[in-house]
Design a protein. Structure first.
Length: 161
């Protein structure tokens, strides 16, 4: 009987290489709807599930933000955290070419380039957080501190009140 090959994404290989402990969950999903849908399918509390957003400065520099799925990124706070005059959301059509990941499967761990990464400080309230695992239908669970180590994230307040 052939042994079934374990699913490994680039993000998982990086965590393995860095010896960062994590668990993962998969869910069936023909097309990405949103983070709330993914959390509900996995039975995860919304406050521990973080979405990855990619922004761009007027000079075309990219900055990555991980925020709770029910929150909204405050672009003024985000620009201040990134020491930029302003930021705008990266257009959906550009996500894959910039990050190497598709919408709904984007994670700061293992992007094409090492963009500056900022994680909403609310993550520090939880023992574990969940982030995309690098493809639709896969969520990684790890500590906020291990996420910080994996992608050199900076914790800050970047969501709207």
């Amino acid at each position: 009987m052939a042994k079934q090959k374990e699913i490994k994404t680039n993000a998982m290989r990086i965590l393995d290489r860095m010896k960062i402990p994590y668990t993962f969950q998969t869910y069936e999903c023909d097309e990405f709807i949103d983070g709330q849908h993914a959390a509900d399918l996995l039975g995860l509390p919304h406050e521990i599930v973080f979405k990855t957003l990619v922004t761009e400065s007027p000079e075309h520099a990219c900055y990555v933000f991980a925020i709770p799925i029910d929150a909204e990124l405050d672009l003024k706070k985000a620009a201040k955290a990134a020491s930029c005059k302003s930021l705008s959301m990266l257009h959906v059509k550009d996500i894959q070419s910039v990050t190497g990941y598709i919408r709904g499967g984007c994670t700061a761990i293992g992007m094409k380039k090492n963009y500056p990464v900022f994680m909403d400080a609310s993550a520090l309230h939880y023992e574990k957080i969940a982030v995309s695992g690098g493809k639709i239908g896969l969520q990684l669970e790890l500590t906020p501190q291990d996420y910080e180590k994996a992608c050199r994230a900076v914790f800050c307040d970047v969501t709207r009140e």
